[in-house]
Design a protein around this ligand. Structure first.
Ligand SMILES: Nc1ncnc2c1ncn2[C@@H]1O[C@H](COP(=O)(O)OP(=O)(O)O)[C@@H](O)[C@H]1O
Ligand SMILES: [Mg+2]
Length: 280
């Protein structure tokens, strides 16, 4: 078995008297999509904050490959390959999609330090910028809207722009926080495909999502959190049958989209009599 890309051991975060994350273990492999699910207030966002670095942990260890990262500031973790999208999309509405994605590149150059950031003063259309921007637009499946202003992009599709802007920094681990919010069924399908591709290129994607159909479709593994504690890790199919998961979170919900019953067929009718023909 290959080594995990992300490993958490005993991760604990307290806010005053509240233990929001309580001794969580998690292993994520490159190439995987790992779901993080649980009721509201379970500690999912806090746990993501512990990994990205906005939350300092009180106990435990977080490793990215063979590097321990739990004491590093946010920008150093970003530089090492931790990326995230936000539930509340924060894209500058007046920019075009191309410019918004390019701004992600400038941010990553600044984060990396060194001389690369000098590129930030060259034209946005110069090859060192255009090339990675186009690669990111393609990876997110939105090359067709590159020149559209963010303000005119439908809300659901802005999640794809967020994805492109995060991908341009070439993260090794990518956290997606409720990306299906506001997506149409068609957008959700496309998003699902793009995320699969992103993982297939050797990244670990961690998906926080309440849309269980999307979780069931996408995730190789799910970790279920309840009141800060990990209560389950396994496939969505195994989660579906786990008594503790059903009690804490699933209830009657399912990872499989409800079957749409075929339209009711009425039995074949005898042909209507042709007016004038005598009924026998
Ligand atoms: N900055 C904070 N200060 C105090 N309590 C917090 C803070 N952030 C989260 N919490 C508490 O931690 C618990 C977990 O919250 P959260 O991580 O947002 O859950 P989830 O994302 O699973 O809905 C909740 O009880 C919440 O009130
Ligand atoms: Mg949350």
């Amino acid at each position: 078995m290959s080594r995990p890309l992300l490993s958490l051991a005993g991760v604990t975060k307290r806010f005053g008297g509240v233990t929001a994350v309580d001794g969580v273990e998690l292993l994520g492999m490159a190439g995987q999509v790992h779901g993080l699910i649980g009721p509201n207030g379970a500690g999912k966002s806090t746990l993501i904050g512990c990994i990205t670095g906005v939350n300092r942990i009180n106990a435990g260890e977080i490793w990215l490959g063979d590097e321990r990262i739990d004491a590093l500031p946010v920008h150093r973790r970003a530089r090492l390959g931790i990326g995230r999208t936000f539930q509340k999309i924060r894209l500058p509405a007046q920019l075009t999609v191309y410019e918004a994605v390019a701004s992600g590149l400038a941010a990553s150059w600044f984060a990396r330090g060194g001389r690369g950031w000098l590129h930030a003063f060259t034209s946005l259309r110069a090859p060192p910028i255009a090339q990675p921007v186009h690669a990111a637009l393609e990876a997110a499946g939105i090359e067709d809207i590159a020149e559209v202003r963010v303000a005119s992009v439908p809300y659901g599709r802005r999640h794809f722009v967020e994805l492109a802007r995060t991908l341009i920094a070439q993260p090794k681990v990518l956290f997606l926080d409720e990306p299906a919010t506001g997506m149409t069924a068609d957008e959700r399908q496309r998003f699902s495909r793009q995320v699969r591709d992103v993982a297939a290129r050797g990244r670990l994607v961690v998906l926080v999502e309440h849309d269980l159909t999307l979780v069931g479709e996408l995730c190789d593994q799910v970790t279920v959190i309840e009141q800060g504690r990990r209560i389950f890790t396994g496939t969505p199919g195994e989660a579906q049958r786990d008594a503790a998961v059903i009690r804490a979170y699933l209830g009657t919900m399912s990872f499989v989209a409800p079957e749409v019953p075929p339209p009711a067929q009425s039995p074949p009718q005898p042909p209507a009599p042709i007016p004038g023909e005598a009924a026998t």
